[in-house]
Ligand binder design. Structure first.
Ligand code: SAH
Length: 347
């Protein structure tokens, strides 16, 4: 595979252009063109310069392979990377804007028992430009521009553990928010982690005030270990302390994801323990009914149980919402589409 031009910051691109003896304004042309989702081969620069770039860099590092549209308007995208690997993403349409969910790795090695992304382990990390490329491709195909964006919010909740690919994710976030690019503000970005405590602490020092989201899914370490192997490394207490550190450094409230699994974490006793655990913290709880993955024998709760769980949290003073499951008719749960696609031999 060649290198990926979309990995570079504007400053790095400028240095590249100048080292090739070209005028600095070319860097701006290239950066802008790439951020508009253009391929190198259609950049408005002199042909010899395009040829030089093409000899070293991938023309189209992230290509939309297929689009599935749900009845509720949610779109699921299957992206092909330059080496033939596939990743998926979703675009959800809300009143306040369009949120794109992006992948940070091909597969995942965290091994959570309820998640389809981790079934085949981790294949490889995505580079910063491959993460950004998913957004640039969707913004373009949905008719967005750099001024009038079709993608206004981003969540790092596709396949992969963002903090297991730390450097590329931070680089991606800097380019996502950079002047002259697509400029999605960190405030409109959520990063979801299964709770890699050292990276959470490191990230608090990066000066990127996004919404930190932690997949909790249990109220005790013992129960958490049953579904999330990472709980053998870090305790809930350590995670909560890292969240508080993030709040102190950034002033941003954090969010806990809690997927309701029948017979596992969804009793009213769990709701009460969760409320006690989080009482007084600057946080919000996002409940979601488990999206059943056919390779796993875990069951989601009924809508009624989910509602009762929500009310219990709220009555105990916890800010919480029950997330609507969007796009379930097109394989909404993590990694489901890619898994089905590979399984079907459609590659
Ligand atoms: N690796 C990151 C991002 C993963 S996906 C993390 O662990 O946070 C985003 C969220 O979806 C996580 O909270 C994850 O635990 C949850 N999730 C994964 N599979 C799910 C399923 N089948 N049903 C409901 N939620 C699921």
């Amino acid at each position: 595979m060649k290198k990926i031009l979309q990995d570079l910051s504007f400053g790095e691109l400028l240095a590249l252009v100048e080292s090739g003896g070209e005028k600095p304004f070319r860097a701006k042309q290239i950066f802008e063109g790439l951020m508009q989702g253009k391929r190198i081969s259609s950049l408005p620069v002199p042909a010899p310069m395009r040829e030089r770039l093409l000899s070293e860099y991938e023309d189209e590092p992230v290509a939309i392979r297929e689009v599935f549209t749900s009845k509720d308007g949610t779109k699921k995208f299957l992206f092909a990377l330059a080496d033939g690997n596939l990743v998926e993403g979703v675009l959800m349409k809300y009143q306040y804007g369009n949120t794109q969910c992006v992948s940070t790795q091909v597969g995942c090695r965290m091994g959570c028992k309820f998640c389809a992304s981790t079934l085949g382990g981790r294949v490889r990390d995505l580079s910063a430009g491959e993460i950004l490329g998913q957004i640039l491709a969707v913004n373009r195909s949905e008719g967005g521009t750099l001024k009038d964006r079709a993608v206004t919010n981003v969540v790092l909740m596709g396949s992969g553990e963002p903090f297991d690919n730390y450097d590329s994710v931070v680089r991606f976030l800097r380019n996502l928010t950079a002047e002259g690019g697509i400029r999605i503000s960190a405030r409109n970005v959520s990063l979801s982690t299964c709770g890699l405590v050292p990276q959470m602490k490191q990230f608090a020092l990066e000066g990127i005030p996004l919404t930190l989201t932690v997949s909790l899914h249990a109220v005790t370490d013992g129960e958490r270990r049953r579904t999330m192997p990472i709980a053998n490394r870090y305790s809930i207490a350590e995670i909560l302390a890292a969240c508080d550190e993030y709040f102190e450094k950034t002033g941003r409230r954090y969010i806990f994801e809690y997927s309701l699994i029948e017979g596992e974490n969804a009793d009213m006793g769990h709701a009460e323990s969760l409320a006690r655990l989080l009482r007084g913290k600057p946080c919000h709880v996002n409940l979601i009914r488990l999206n059943e993955v056919k390779e796993r024998n875990l069951k989601g709760t009924s809508e009624e149980t989910a509602q009762k769980f929500l009310e219990t949290l709220q009555q105990m003073g916890i800010s919480a919402t029950l997330r609507r499951s969007m796009g379930s008719d097109i394989g909404g749960a993590c990694g489901q589409l890619r898994a089905r696609y590979i399984e079907g031999g459609q590659r």
